[in-house]
Design a binder for this molecule. Structure first.
Ligand code: 3PG
Length: 394
């Protein structure tokens, strides 16, 4: 059983709260606050209940462009939350522990990017994670640990799997809701239709295999670069440009798509037409009109009609990866219309990351659940367990 905030004695307690506010940056500062807003309920509730909230988070990956300190995140959290939020540019040393000791009930502090310490970018089993510097130095300054970072729960990093060994551990409100919506996919209404698109072709094919083998999916509708890989595997000559995009993303994708088609051809649907750029305009081509000189950027109207028909009768629609290059208005049609069609399923769930960003940009509303997680949501939707969630079970 996983304990939630309903089981926690917050008053006066120093609460380590792991959040996932890993966000797009522009010139080193926060460019999108969607992930911060997701945690407002958890943090405000704990502050209202007179907890002393110590926020732990990562931003980017070592060496990456988005690897930055959390000062702009703290400033934005201070604006978003009812409670005051300070920033501490240390994570577990004496300065951090002093800052925690000085926190009054109802106040919050955001500690520095956990990934500034190399241990936080390594994978550990929970007992070993509890021995790391981050956990062994910080846990004594805390009374309890709350994991609200669903989006990072697929990582075996100390701040995710180590604290539950050292402290009483609880799921925050974001984590609780994600587990409620994604944790029981095998019980969600049937037929279950997965729409798998996006540019992360290996991820899409991996999810397709997993949900088909586990009997979770009645139909898999393919689109995006993944859809093009399935078309190539099916013997459609899309043209060198589309094949180049697929191979650039993954050398093994066409073979993996072909193997999947051999095993589950009756459950996998491939596009019937695609949209390409011709003379600067969108042009839709049927499969008989191929090959095309430019790459396939979207599904066409015939594919949309066929997929929308299947979604119309879906008990559960799961969307992961946009079906087209939605950032370009000429190729947003497939993404917008297919997402809209998916909202008509009895239950509709959007995996996070690019998919949630597309939904916001195209103003599509009406889903039952939009996950905060990218990789974490994908794993849950494939029926896998997450180390961060297992650690909370104790
Ligand atoms: C995410 O953005 O998916 C999470 O914050 C995890 O980040 P990571 O992929 O760098 O571990």
């Amino acid at each position: 059983m996983i304990r939630t905030l309903d089981d926690l004695e917050a008053e006066g307690a120093a609460l380590g709260v792991r959040v996932d506010i890993n966000s797009p940056l522009a010139e080193g500062t926060l460019a999108d606050d969607a992930r911060l807003r997701a945690h407002v309920d958890t943090v405000d509730e704990l502050c209202r209940r007179d907890g002393r909230v110590v926020l732990l988070a990562h931003q980017g990956r070592p060496g990456g462009e988005e690897f930055a300190d959390l000062s702009s995140h703290a400033a934005r959290l201070d604006e978003l939350l009812a409670a005051p939020v300070s920033y501490c540019d240390a994570t577990f040393g004496a300065a951090a522990r002093d800052h925690i000791a000085d926190l009054d009930p109802g106040e919050a502090v955001l500690l520095e990017n956990t990934r500034f310490y190399s241990e936080e970018y390594m994978s550990f089993e929970p007992a070993a994670a509890a021995e790391t510097h981050l956990v062994s130095k910080l846990a004594p300054a805390l009374d309890a640990y709350v994991n609200d970072a669903f989006a990072a729960a697929h990582r075996k990093q100390p701040s995710i799997v180590g604290f539950p060994t050292a402290l009483p551990a609880y799921a925050g409100r974001v984590m609780e809701r994600e587990l409620e919506m994604l944790g029981s996919i095998e019980e969600s209404p049937e037929p279950r239709v997965y729409v798998l698109g996006g540019a992360k072709v290996d991820d899409a094919i991996g999810v397709a295999r997993s949900v088909l083998e586990r009997g979770l999916a009645d139909a898999v509708l393919t689109a995006g670069v993944a859809g093009n890989a399935f078309l190539l595997a099916d013997g459609v000559s899309l043209g060198a440009a589309s094949a180049g995009v697929v191979n650039e993303r993954s050398h093994g994708a066409v073979k993996a798509a072909g193997d999947l088609l051999d095993d589950f051809s009756h459950r996998i649907y491939v596009p019937r037409d695609v949209a390409v750029e011709r003379d600067g305009e969108r042009a839709e081509l049927g499969l008989d009109d191929m090959p095309a000189e430019s790459p396939a950027m979207d599904i066409g109207a015939r594919t949309l009609a066929a997929y929308a028909d299947i979604l119309e009768d879906a008990g559960t629609a799961v969307l992961n990866g946009p079906p087209g290059v939605f950032e370009d208005d000429r190729f947003a049609f497939g993404t917008r219309e297919l997402y809209q069609a998916a909202t008509r399923a009895e239950t509709s769930i959007v995996g996070g990351g690019d998919t949630a960003a597309a939904m916001r940009r195209l103003d599509v509303e009406g889903f039952d659940h939009v996950s905060t997680g990218g990789g974490a949501a994908l794993r849950m939707l494939s029926g896998e367990t997450l180390p961060g969630v297992e650690a909370l079970r104790g």
